[in-house]
Design a protein around this ligand. Structure first.
Ligand SMILES: [Zn+2]
Length: 180
Protein backbone atom coordinates (compact mmCIF):
# COMPACT_ATOMS: atom_id res chain seq x y z
CA UNK A 1 0.00 0.00 0.00
CA UNK A 2 2.69 2.46 1.06
CA UNK A 3 4.81 1.76 -2.02
CA UNK A 4 2.03 2.71 -4.40
CA UNK A 5 3.54 5.25 -6.78
CA UNK A 6 0.28 6.34 -8.31
CA UNK A 7 -0.68 8.34 -5.21
CA UNK A 8 2.30 10.66 -5.42
CA UNK A 9 2.38 10.53 -9.19
CA UNK A 10 -1.23 11.52 -9.65
CA UNK A 11 -1.02 15.25 -8.86
CA UNK A 12 2.05 15.67 -11.12
CA UNK A 13 0.28 14.00 -14.04
CA UNK A 14 -2.75 16.22 -13.54
CA UNK A 15 -0.64 19.36 -13.55
CA UNK A 16 1.16 18.27 -16.71
CA UNK A 17 -2.13 17.63 -18.46
CA UNK A 18 -3.44 21.02 -17.43
CA UNK A 19 -0.30 22.72 -18.67
CA UNK A 20 -0.50 20.98 -22.00
CA UNK A 21 -4.15 21.91 -22.40
CA UNK A 22 -3.43 25.53 -21.55
CA UNK A 23 -0.53 25.67 -24.00
CA UNK A 24 -2.37 24.12 -26.92
CA UNK A 25 -5.88 25.48 -26.51
CA UNK A 26 -5.01 28.99 -27.68
CA UNK A 27 -2.54 27.90 -30.36
CA UNK A 28 -3.44 26.66 -33.82
CA UNK A 29 -1.97 23.18 -34.19
CA UNK A 30 -1.15 23.75 -37.86
CA UNK A 31 0.38 27.23 -38.02
CA UNK A 32 1.21 27.87 -34.36
CA UNK A 33 -0.58 31.22 -34.34
CA UNK A 34 -2.87 32.29 -31.54
CA UNK A 35 -6.46 32.51 -32.70
CA UNK A 36 -9.30 34.65 -31.50
CA UNK A 37 -12.05 33.10 -29.37
CA UNK A 38 -15.35 32.66 -31.16
CA UNK A 39 -18.71 31.60 -29.84
CA UNK A 40 -20.05 28.13 -30.43
CA UNK A 41 -22.98 29.58 -32.36
CA UNK A 42 -20.54 31.23 -34.80
CA UNK A 43 -19.01 27.83 -35.53
CA UNK A 44 -22.50 26.32 -35.91
CA UNK A 45 -23.45 29.03 -38.40
CA UNK A 46 -20.51 28.24 -40.67
CA UNK A 47 -19.62 24.55 -40.71
CA UNK A 48 -21.31 22.31 -43.26
CA UNK A 49 -24.52 20.76 -41.95
CA UNK A 50 -23.11 17.23 -42.10
CA UNK A 51 -20.47 18.31 -39.56
CA UNK A 52 -22.78 20.03 -37.07
CA UNK A 53 -22.66 17.03 -34.74
CA UNK A 54 -18.92 17.57 -34.33
CA UNK A 55 -19.52 21.02 -32.82
CA UNK A 56 -19.59 20.17 -29.14
CA UNK A 57 -19.07 22.08 -25.92
CA UNK A 58 -15.43 22.99 -26.57
CA UNK A 59 -14.07 26.51 -26.48
CA UNK A 60 -13.41 27.46 -30.10
CA UNK A 61 -10.91 29.78 -31.70
CA UNK A 62 -10.64 31.24 -35.19
CA UNK A 63 -7.24 31.00 -36.90
CA UNK A 64 -6.66 34.28 -38.85
CA UNK A 65 -3.53 33.12 -40.72
CA UNK A 66 -4.18 33.51 -44.49
CA UNK A 67 -1.97 30.54 -45.36
CA UNK A 68 -3.37 28.15 -42.73
CA UNK A 69 -6.24 25.88 -43.76
CA UNK A 70 -7.63 25.56 -40.23
CA UNK A 71 -10.52 27.93 -39.59
CA UNK A 72 -11.75 26.78 -36.17
CA UNK A 73 -10.03 24.69 -33.52
CA UNK A 74 -11.44 23.62 -30.20
CA UNK A 75 -9.63 23.18 -26.91
CA UNK A 76 -10.76 19.55 -27.03
CA UNK A 77 -8.94 18.91 -30.31
CA UNK A 78 -11.74 19.34 -32.86
CA UNK A 79 -10.67 21.18 -36.02
CA UNK A 80 -12.55 22.58 -38.97
CA UNK A 81 -10.73 23.56 -42.14
CA UNK A 82 -11.73 25.81 -45.04
CA UNK A 83 -13.22 22.73 -46.76
CA UNK A 84 -15.53 22.17 -43.77
CA UNK A 85 -17.15 25.58 -44.11
CA UNK A 86 -20.14 26.58 -46.21
CA UNK A 87 -18.62 29.86 -47.38
CA UNK A 88 -15.21 31.21 -48.32
CA UNK A 89 -13.36 32.82 -45.42
CA UNK A 90 -12.20 36.34 -46.33
CA UNK A 91 -8.64 36.06 -44.99
CA UNK A 92 -8.15 32.55 -46.37
CA UNK A 93 -9.46 33.14 -49.90
CA UNK A 94 -8.50 35.29 -52.88
CA UNK A 95 -10.27 36.72 -55.86
CA UNK A 96 -13.48 38.50 -56.71
CA UNK A 97 -15.82 35.87 -55.31
CA UNK A 98 -14.58 36.08 -51.74
CA UNK A 99 -16.97 37.83 -49.36
CA UNK A 100 -15.72 41.00 -47.68
CA UNK A 101 -18.97 41.67 -45.78
CA UNK A 102 -21.07 38.67 -44.78
CA UNK A 103 -23.98 40.59 -43.26
CA UNK A 104 -24.90 42.35 -46.50
CA UNK A 105 -23.28 40.10 -49.08
CA UNK A 106 -20.61 42.35 -50.57
CA UNK A 107 -17.76 40.57 -52.33
CA UNK A 108 -14.33 41.77 -53.42
CA UNK A 109 -15.69 41.76 -57.00
CA UNK A 110 -18.47 44.19 -56.03
CA UNK A 111 -15.89 46.63 -54.69
CA UNK A 112 -13.55 46.12 -57.67
CA UNK A 113 -16.30 46.74 -60.23
CA UNK A 114 -17.54 49.87 -58.46
CA UNK A 115 -14.00 51.27 -58.25
CA UNK A 116 -13.38 50.47 -61.94
CA UNK A 117 -16.63 52.20 -62.90
CA UNK A 118 -16.43 55.36 -60.80
CA UNK A 119 -12.95 55.47 -59.27
CA UNK A 120 -14.20 54.83 -55.74
CA UNK A 121 -16.66 52.70 -53.85
CA UNK A 122 -19.39 53.59 -51.38
CA UNK A 123 -19.44 50.08 -49.92
CA UNK A 124 -17.63 51.03 -46.64
CA UNK A 125 -20.02 53.98 -46.16
CA UNK A 126 -23.05 51.80 -46.82
CA UNK A 127 -21.83 49.17 -44.36
CA UNK A 128 -21.08 51.84 -41.75
CA UNK A 129 -24.60 53.24 -42.11
CA UNK A 130 -26.14 49.79 -41.71
CA UNK A 131 -23.87 49.03 -38.76
CA UNK A 132 -24.94 52.28 -37.09
CA UNK A 133 -28.55 51.25 -37.66
CA UNK A 134 -27.59 48.13 -35.69
CA UNK A 135 -28.74 45.71 -38.33
CA UNK A 136 -25.43 43.89 -38.74
CA UNK A 137 -24.81 40.43 -37.28
CA UNK A 138 -21.06 40.09 -37.72
CA UNK A 139 -20.58 37.94 -34.63
CA UNK A 140 -22.41 35.11 -36.36
CA UNK A 141 -22.49 36.03 -40.07
CA UNK A 142 -18.75 36.64 -40.31
CA UNK A 143 -16.80 33.36 -39.82
CA UNK A 144 -14.17 35.38 -37.92
CA UNK A 145 -16.87 36.41 -35.44
CA UNK A 146 -15.95 40.10 -35.61
CA UNK A 147 -17.06 43.22 -37.49
CA UNK A 148 -15.99 43.07 -41.14
CA UNK A 149 -15.40 46.84 -41.56
CA UNK A 150 -11.67 46.67 -40.88
CA UNK A 151 -11.28 43.99 -43.53
CA UNK A 152 -13.54 45.90 -45.95
CA UNK A 153 -11.50 49.09 -45.60
CA UNK A 154 -8.27 47.15 -46.10
CA UNK A 155 -9.55 45.50 -49.29
CA UNK A 156 -10.99 48.76 -50.66
CA UNK A 157 -7.69 50.57 -49.99
CA UNK A 158 -5.75 47.91 -51.89
CA UNK A 159 -8.23 47.85 -54.80
CA UNK A 160 -8.18 51.67 -55.00
CA UNK A 161 -4.38 51.69 -55.14
CA UNK A 162 -4.39 48.98 -57.83
CA UNK A 163 -6.96 50.96 -59.81
CA UNK A 164 -4.91 54.17 -59.47
CA UNK A 165 -1.73 52.40 -60.63
CA UNK A 166 -3.57 50.82 -63.56
CA UNK A 167 -5.12 54.16 -64.55
CA UNK A 168 -1.78 55.95 -64.42
CA UNK A 169 -0.08 53.33 -66.55
CA UNK A 170 -2.80 53.56 -69.21
CA UNK A 171 -2.38 57.36 -69.31
CA UNK A 172 1.18 56.92 -70.53
CA UNK A 173 1.13 56.31 -74.28
CA UNK A 174 2.86 53.14 -75.36
CA UNK A 175 5.18 55.05 -77.70
CA UNK A 176 6.23 57.50 -74.96
CA UNK A 177 9.51 55.71 -74.39
CA UNK A 178 10.73 56.81 -77.84
CA UNK A 179 10.37 60.50 -76.98
CA UNK A 180 13.61 60.49 -75.00
ZN1 LIG B 1 -3.71 28.17 -38.14
Amino acid sequence: MSDCCSVSGQPTTTVLNEDRTAATSATCVRCGGVGRSVERKTVLHHVRHELLDRVNGEGYRFCPDPSCSIVYYGDGGTRFTTNDLRELVTVKANGDERPICYCFGFTEGDARREIARQGSTAIPVRITQLTKAEVCACEVRNPAGVCCLGQVNQVVKRLSEEHKTASESTLVPAHDCCAR
